[in-house]
Ligand binder design. Structure first.
Ligand code: FO1
Length: 339
């Protein structure tokens, strides 16, 4: 779609908390409507060092998606990719379990070079976003080290080892966020949440356990949401009683929680004023403890991303901040540590 959306929300900024593929789809719809009035706060706990490079998978997925460069089938990486580097690496016996495309490599090499020379992830990401023609602000939640560690029946695994190398096969017992206690929200993230012009906070339909929880685990973030003077709205990743993206359903089963909107609402309890659920789940939703809006949440093309963004924004505009939100019991805190 060309040009701006027909939907004209009031002025002010919107902050969206986002993981990788699923969240980035909504972010692109939000960017279409809001342009530079959108700040996307991105999970960095999937980041890892690989082949000597600093890889930031969720940041890159968001950057490529917002720039219109992402691969529509994989959801990650670039659409115009070639794989000569991987083939050459395989030939000489290098590690090939994590695929790095030839064009994608530029991102990792340049990010690593700039980090080694002392620049923050925030500055580097902002510069990449600008150069890729992205109008919204793309903000790593923290410049500090934060790593998702998946405790499985086969022992503890770094996130990408669990997700990509082991294809999410080991059973999940617990998820923890190493470094969370000492990580600090970046100044830019704090400014985006403290600004007088902030109008709405959105939790994208990313995996709550793997993508949103690490953002919330950074000290101060959950408190910011609880104390926010603007509505906080989540888009549920559940569609038709299933978690649509990736391993969410499997992880929910293994953690002993049911894949339902009631569970999503409970998981985010104390943080939300509203929850957008899929129209397919509207009938049986029952009372979810927050205001609920049903909308088509399956994002298959640009129009469906824009439509969901418009629904979420209009819903957010219609909500009042509920004082009860702060009075509710705190959500079950994710286990995090400083190891
Ligand atoms: N996901 C895969 O399933 N296999 C890969 O080989 C892979 C490589 C990869 C390289 C760069 C990048 O930015 C993302 C990549 N991803 C890959 C996606 C990534 O592992 C996940 O999408 C996220 O970490 C989960 O949000």
């Amino acid at each position: 779609m060309n040009g701006r959306s027909q939907y004209l929300p009031g002025q002010g900024r919107v902050v969206a908390l986002c993981g990788g593929v699923g969240g980035a789809k909504l972010a692109v719809g939000l960017q279409h409507v809001l342009g530079e009035r959108l700040s996307v706060v991105v999970n960095v706990a999937d980041d890892f060092e690989h082949l000597g490079l600093h890889i930031s998978p969720d940041l890159d997925t968001v950057l490529y998606t917002l720039a219109g460069l992402s691969d529509p089938v994989r959801g990650w990486g670039r659409f115009d990719e070639t794989w000569n580097f991987m083939e050459a690496l395989k030939q000489i016996g290098g590690e090939t379990w994590f695929l790095l495309g030839d064009r994608d490599m530029a991102m990792h090499i340049e990010r690593t070079r700039r980090r080694v020379s002392g620049e923050s992830l925030t500055i580097i990401t902002s510069d990449f976003a600008h150069r890729l023609g992205i109008s919204s602000a793309v903000l790593p939640v923290t410049n500090d080290r934060l790593s998702t560690i998946v405790d499985t029946t086969e022992g503890e695994l770094e996130f990408q080892r669990y997700f990509v190398e082991r294809r999410c096969e080991p059973l999940v017992k617990q998820i923890r966020f190493s470094g969370a206690q000492s990580a600090r929200l970046s100044e830019e993230v704090l400014a985006s949440l403290d600004g007088d012009d902030l109008r709405l906070i959105i939790l994208c339909p990313s995996n709550p356990y793997l993508s949103i929880d690490p953002i919330l685990a950074v000290p101060g973030m959950a408190e910011k949401l609880r104390a926010a003077c603007v509505p906080v709205v989540a888009i549920s990743p559940i569609i038709g009683g299933q978690a649509i993206k990736g391993p969410t359903r499997k992880i929910m089963d293994e953690l002993g929680v049911e894949p339902s909107n009631a569970e999503i609402s409970r998981h985010y309890a104390g943080l939300l004023d509203g929850l957008v659920i899929d129209t397919a789940d509207a009938a049986g939703a029952g009372h979810l403890g927050v205001d609920v809006q049903a909308a088509p949440t399956l994002m298959t093309d640009m129009q469906s991303k824009i439509t969901l963004a418009e629904h979420a924004l209009a819903f957010g505009e219609s909500l009042r901040v509920t004082p009860e939100r702060r009075g509710r019991p705190l959500r079950r805190e994710a286990h995090h540590d400083d190891t």
